[in-house]
Ligand binder design. Structure first.
Ligand code: SAH
Ligand code: SF4
Length: 367
């Protein structure tokens, strides 16, 4: 076996077929195989149904080298009574577990994807960071999360079942996507393929702490949306909360975003997790506004999702609104994410194998 069939982009598939059977009709054969796997925007029933005209020799050749079995199974699922989000725990072939979350909201069904088992970045407020890195996911394990979640979703009743399919994908689950960049880029190519799942690039968001060389590559090669996890405008403080800042200081990351703003075109999303009495003061809000002045951004404020053993607390709502108002006074666009799925520990930063719901939190407040 060379690997899993979900590892292959359509271009890879076509070059494999060309190498074996010659260039004639290789493109058509690759299209048919892709259609059978991902079916024009919808995941077909599993096992995949290949169109009748599929060249059987091609299929046989691929089956001899690549696995067509689903790369993971859903081992547990929990659905939030608060908002209908579903957290799926998936077991990989080597027994490790990852999580993916389906979040229904105002006509959109967003799927939050993991890119690694654990994470090497060690942000101090994040539960995944506390696991350390066990390993990165393969392309097939990233693509598989969408296919397997879709097959699972069809067996369900309730809010998630009301959708035709997932409408948006966010790389905001376990792991740092830019520490697994090539797999993430290949998975994006498969997600956006016009013969495959047909997601448009602007429905896909990659969230990162800002690893400089990889961020540069991402901005020049992918057309997806970018979310930068910023969390403090002050260099020394950001280094304490997010060790990555020592290697890639926030000023350098913002300078890169500025230099790419024109070709990027859209507003960058800035994620800011509010930690009580750490980064939630008026001074922070003013400094953050100034750091981002003149850059087209949408700032997403996320009050910390507390978890057991966390060294930080969730700020009071009055602080949150004050922070938001200061940013707005500076002319910034701000949204507040009172995280989805908190009662099932499916919110950001709570995606770990044995995550337990945080106790005693106030319920979501209207904005
Ligand atoms: N590694 C990437 C993507 C996964 S984390 C990144 O850090 O950007 C997705 C988002 O959730 C990040 O902005 C992260 O800072 C935030 N986050 C992590 N733990 C959190 C927690 N306990 N409460 C609120 N947000 C958290
Ligand atoms: Fe890793 Fe993101 Fe968690 Fe930081 S916040 S430890 S980068 S998953």
């Amino acid at each position: 076996m060379y690997g899993h069939i979900f590892e292959l982009t359509r271009k890879h598939l076509e070059s494999l077929i060309t190498a074996k059977f010659g260039a004639q009709s290789a493109q058509t054969r690759a299209n048919r195989i892709f259609e059978g796997l991902y079916g024009r925007g919808k995941v077909p029933e599993w096992q995949p149904q290949f169109p009748e005209q599929t060249h059987l020799g091609t299929l046989e050749y691929l089956r001899s080298g690549y696995s067509f079995e689903l790369p993971m199974t859903v081992s547990r699922c929990e659905t939030s009574a608060m908002d209908g989000s579903s957290k799926l725990v998936m077991t990989l072939k080597d027994g490790l577990e990852i999580e993916t979350v389906l979040i229904p909201e105002r006509g959109r069904l967003t799927q939050c994807l993991s890119t690694q088992v654990g994470c090497a970045q060690g942000c101090r407020f994040c539960q995944t960071g506390r696991m350390g890195l066990l390993r990165s996911l393969t392309v097939s394990e990233i693509v598989g999360q969408v296919v397997v979640a879709e097959l699972w979703r069809r067996t369900q009743q309730g809010v998630v079942a009301e959708y035709d399919r997932a409408t948006n994908l966010v790389f905001m689950g376990m792991g740092e996507p830019l520490d697994n960049l090539q797999s993430v880029l290949d998975a994006i190519e498969i997600f956006t393929d016009t013969q495959g799942l047909q997601f448009s690039h602007n429905k896909i968001t990659v969230s990162t702490v800002g690893l400089l060389p990889q961020l540069d590559t991402l901005l020049s090669s992918a057309k997806t949306c970018l979310a930068l996890s910023l969390h403090s405008p002050f260099d020394a403080e950001r280094s304490k909360v997010m060790p990555v800042n020592v290697r890639h200081p926030v000023a350098d990351v913002i300078a890169l975003l500025r230099s790419r703003a024109e070709s990027y075109g859209r507003p960058y999303m800035i994620q800011y997790t509010l930690l009580k009495n750490v980064n939630d003061t008026a001074d922070h809000a003013h400094a953050l506004a100034q750091l981002l002045a003149g850059l087209k951004v949408k700032i997403n404020l996320i009050p910390l999702n507390e978890h057991e053993g966390a060294a930080f607390r969730r700020p009071d709502l009055s602080r949150l609104w004050q922070f938001r108002d200061i940013l707005k006074e500076h002319g910034h666009v701000v949204t507040v994410r009172l995280s989805k799925g908190r009662d099932i520990a499916a919110a950001c930063g709570q995606l770990i194998k044995s995550g337990k719901p945080a106790a005693g939190l106030s319920s979501d407040q209207p904005m």
